[in-house]
Design a protein around this ligand. Structure first.
Ligand code: SF4
Length: 369
């Protein structure tokens, strides 16, 4: 566990300051390893098995009036299947919106746990299943609700803004929930009204928002284990090798990486930038799962993964989220077939979490209209 003291004198393990980046990375990695050692990673099926599962899933989706809602980071087979069957592939804001608005009776959320919880909160009348309930997120794990609640209590003059990558209990304690696609716009809006912001959990995204908006922000101290591994020094070297390439980075990446980026944005914004920018080559600092959509949406463009600290098959976090990787065709099939892995959220918690989630969705609509 981390150990630092915030301005109130309250000892807390996830507040910024007092611990080196290296120390935090080691602690984060340990936490993840412990968790993943308990999770069973799926074996990749061969082509014949994949075809069998795809056919069976299509049939089950129709019989159950179900839709697959998938994130860009999950396996390409799941993304393809979602789109072929009238489901959806997108970032977490778009997934939440699609799940709420579609007329399916059942949602199969291929992503990580907070996405399943959000779908259930926004669509209480729908059955929400996930291929695996083991898929979580280092940001969610590093922001326990009781510890976070004490942090909020210690700073009652701050508006609490939390990233979507949090548990329902943390969302229930927040004034606002945001995704990376609207975080800058929302904090800019709040800061213009003179509000001081308490932000959790991703410290890199929080620091990025602070720099871009100039808002006064208190930051929780957690990081995404995938994006934290992107290295500025390696990126500098890679830019020398591909001088014509534009660098596209997700704002959960460390500041040194963001400073080298030509474009910083959410997954959907990165895909749009790759489509619209004139460059033919791109170095991409986000999960490799996005490459499937990038290649599909652009023609003849080349995408190169940004360098990370780890390499080789043993690296569980180098540009590939280990939890997103737990979603498999077989598990999705079995879940649909047996109705397993249903997501439940306590009714009172869901009622409280719905308030900042609804604000987020309304802000996103107002801001874009
Ligand atoms: S990529 Fe990072 S932020 Fe996204 S689910 Fe995985 S650990 Fe969480």
């Amino acid at each position: 566990m981390f150990c630092s003291i915030d301005g109130t004198g309250m000892e807390d393990s996830h507040l910024t300051g007092g611990v080196s980046d290296e120390g935090r990375l080691i602690a984060d990695t340990l936490l993840v390893r412990q968790y993943l050692d308990r999770a069973v990673r799926p074996d990749a099926p061969d082509a014949r098995e994949r075809a069998k599962y795809r056919d069976a899933i299509k049939d089950l989706l129709e019989r159950r009036n179900a839709a697959i809602v998938a994130h860009y980071y999950v396996d390409a087979d799941l993304q393809e299947l979602a789109e072929e069957t009238g489901g959806f592939v997108g970032d977490s804001l778009e997934m939440a919106r699609f799940g709420r608005d579609c007329d399916a009776d059942m949602l199969i959320v291929a992503g990580v746990r907070f996405m399943g919880e959000t779908a259930k909160i926004l669509s209480p009348g729908k059955t929400v299943l996930m291929p695996t309930l083991e898929a979580t997120c280092s940001l969610d794990l590093a922001c326990p609700a009781d510890e976070f609640s004490r942090f909020c209590d210690a700073h009652p003059d701050h508006t609490v803004v939390v990233y979507a990558n949090t548990s329902a209990a943390v969302k229930a304690r927040a004034d606002w929930v945001v995704t990376s696609s609207i975080a800058v716009d929302l904090v800019d809006h709040l800061a213009a009204g003179g509000e001081k912001i308490l932000w959790a959990p991703d410290r890199h995204l929080g620091a990025y928002i602070e720099r871009v908006t100039g808002a006064e922000m208190l930051l929780w101290d957690a990081a995404c284990i995938v994006h934290e591994e992107f290295k500025a020094r390696g990126l500098q070297d890679l830019v020398q090798v591909y001088p014509e390439a534009a660098v596209l980075a997700h704002p959960e990446s460390p500041v040194g990486v963001l400073e080298l980026a030509d474009f910083v944005g959410s997954t959907t914004q990165i895909i749009r930038a790759a489509r619209e920018l004139p460059n033919r080559q791109f170095i991409v600092a986000t999960d490799q799962g996005i490459f499937h959509k990038l290649q599909k949406e652009t023609s003849g463009k080349e995408f190169i993964v940004a360098p990370t600290a780890g390499n080789g098959a043993e690296c569980r976090s180098c540009a590939s989220c280990p939890w997103m990787g737990l979603n498999s065709l077989q598990d999705l099939h079995d879940t649909l077939n047996h109705g397993d892995n249903e997501v439940h959220v306590d009714i009172e918690l869901a009622r409280q979490a719905m308030i900042p989630l609804r604000r987020m969705l309304e802000f996103a609509v107002d801001f874009r209209s």
